[in-house]
Design a protein around this ligand. Sequence first.
Ligand code: TYD
Length: 392
Amino acid sequence: MKKFLNLGLQPLANSYIKKKNLKNKEKKFKLEVGFNNKNYLVSIINTIPKEKMFNDEYPYKSSESKTMKLSFKNLTNKIKKNFKPKFIIEIGSNDGIFLKNFSKDSIVGVEPCENLAKLTKKKKYKTFSEYWNLELAKKITVKNKADLIYSANTLSHIKNLDEIFKAINYGLSKNGILILEDPSLLQCIKNVAYDQFYCEHIYVFSTIALNQVLKKFNLEIFDIENTKTHGGSNRYYIKKNINKIYKIKRSVQKELDKEIKFGLHKFTTYKKFGSRVKKSRKQLLKIFLKLRNKNRKIIGYGATAKSCTVLNYCKIGTNLIDYFYDTTSYKIGRYLPGSKILIKKYLKLDKKKVDVVFLGAWNFKKEIFHKEKKFIKEGGKFITHIPYPRII
Ligand code: TYD
């Protein structure tokens, strides 16, 4: 693996600090990103044991966002219409945003974060609070194999991809379909979205790399959709080679062509990205300092894991951002890891109280700008670093 990006010492992105622990020393790790020129995978170099990240305190809930709810609803309608699955497994079922669109006897969730698994169990959806692996696949498919396996924003969190796909291959029926959805490496690189890299995001996949991994397991992509979630994602429709029902659509070659044209198969592309990230840091800091010198009141919006990478990499702390607003109840009253900026309960932005807002949840820009129409109309501004640092 060849390193192309060094994001410095970083705390665990989702370990929001309670007030009483503010003085404790935080565990930090070296966040570096590399490219494997054999299988084309882009991944972080030092990984954290999964039990440290995905446990009964996992703060991220998919259903907190309108955009995500709508995206899942649209997808489930499409799945029902096109594939009519009778038995579905979801890997990484989170708080049930996908499950709840199906009948309870037709779907099983896998969610190792106990606090989240509890939520779907309570609603009587069968949920295994375990990590996905071959043993679990065998347990779940004793009676029937799945005709659909779905997983969104989860496989990129799992280090041992071979183990995952072995289990998927086992659990999937001969003509079954696997749908995967994860942030697109092409979009990440184009947007200089270096904050897609943090302890939980072990991989950001390109189609080129995913193809290589799938090949080993006799799986192939037969369709790809570009989606807007998480700052630009790809939804991959995958089948076993022996399944001849679905023809491989043009979308697959089209995506591969786009990626090759951009150079995602070459190390030099990533090296260039590394330089652009450094430049992005410089520009972002310049904007913050300029505003601070003018005594502007700056707060953050959306205390995301992504913000954690940006703030720690750019060394932005309470000197530059007074506090963050977030709607997630778990985060409210806690402090962002590393930068130790307080997270307050979200209130509609008010130009009388705040001048400029750092867009931590830039992937929800549209939803947020719509919500904060009044603030924008009254002259309120946002700072974003995507695709390059600027005030909008
Ligand atoms: P997310 O986009 O999942 O980012 P990450 O995976 O990097 O943590 O998190 C979005 C966060 O933004 C979440 O904590 C909720 C918050 N948020 C708001 O506070 N207000 C909003 O209007 C939206 C859309 C999100």
